[in-house]
Design a protein around this ligand. Structure first.
Ligand code: G
Ligand code: G
Ligand code: MN
Ligand code: NA
Length: 253
């Protein structure tokens, strides 16, 4: 409960910040970045999102945290799009299904977009397969409303959750992210390799851009490119880093 109270004050205490992890196309050119939320607790130091995101989801704090991250992302996109080297980079934001459940969510996103001068097609919202465990007709409707704002939707952690082939064709996802647990086992597990190959083909057949996350070795990268992945993310290329570090490292690219 103490931690929950601390989290409630984390925004005003300026303990939250965003890191960026770059994403690369098949030619290993920088094409985008994923925003990853960080909490530097005044007394306890860094607390992992694996700890505080579930806490936020339990306590409805997730709505204000999510709005805060979205605001940071919109500011960044607006900045980038003012004619910088990053003008055509995609920026992805993780969204909890709990946020999508809120009747205010679509309105909040619309408001955030309207308060910034930016081209929304470069903003991507990443949803996990938990969306498949919701009231599907309502979720599908909400996802279409989000897309009609001009942004893109990404299916994160694909293969680990509740995906259903019945529903996937009805959900307006622009991107599919193969979960890093599958990428991890690519080299040594033939069955796993066949499954990843299937996921990549499925995504492409359904017209989605396919991204592999958690790429850690050159061999994994090679296999993923052979299978037809459109983009790669992982420690092999680069780790998540502070916005200033990202800008300094890649602006001259
Ligand atoms: O970098 P990493 O350890 O931070 O991320 C851990 C987990 O936290 C991942 O599953 C990631 O999707 C999630 N996560 C990171 N940032 C956010 C965020 O802003 N919102 C939500 N809902 N999840 C996030
Ligand atoms: O669930 P989501 O895909 O949003 O989570 C992103 C998480 O993956 C973050 O915690 C990020 O730090 C982590 N991550 C990014 N690249 C790699 C990688 O190459 N290997 C591993 N093990 N984790 C990674
Ligand atoms: Mn993600
Ligand atoms: Na993921």
């Amino acid at each position: 409960v103490q931690l929950e109270n601390d989290l409630r004050r984390a925004i005003e205490n300026e303990e939250l910040y965003v890191e960026l992890q770059p994403q690369f196309d098949r030619g290993l050119k920088l094409v985008g970045a994923e925003c990853l939320l960080r909490w530097r607790h005044a007394k306890l130091g860094n607390i992992s999102p694996y700890e505080f995101i579930p806490l936020a989801e339990k306590s409805q704090l997730i709505d204000s945290l999510g709005d805060w991250v979205l605001e940071q992302a919109c500011k960044l996109l607006e900045d980038w799009q003012k004619g910088t080297a990053f003008a055509r980079l995609y920026l992805s934001v993780n969204v909890s299904v709990k946020q999508l459940d809120s009747p205010h969510y679509v309105g909040n996103v619309a408001k955030a977009l309207s308060q910034h001068t930016l081209d929304p097609q470069y903003l991507q919202l990443e949803l996990t397969e938990n969306v498949f465990a919701t009231d599907m007709p309502a979720t599908v409707a909400r996802m279409h409303e989000l897309r009609s704002l001009g942004l893109r939707l990404s299916l994160d952690d694909f293969g680990t959750g509740f995906s259903s082939l019945t529903y996937i064709k009805h959900l307006p996802f622009d991107e599919l992210k193969v979960d890093r647990s599958f990428v991890h086992d690519l080299e040594n597990d033939e069955m796993n390799r066949r499954m990843v190959n299937f996921m990549v083909q499925l995504g492409r057949e359904l017209g989605m851009c396919v991204v592999a996350e958690g790429v850690e070795t050159p061999r994994q990268r090679e296999l993923l490119l052979e299978m037809g992945c459109d983009a790669l993310q992982g420690y092999l290329m680069d780790k998540p880093m502070a916005i200033e570090a990202f800008t300094a490292k890649y602006q001259l690219g």
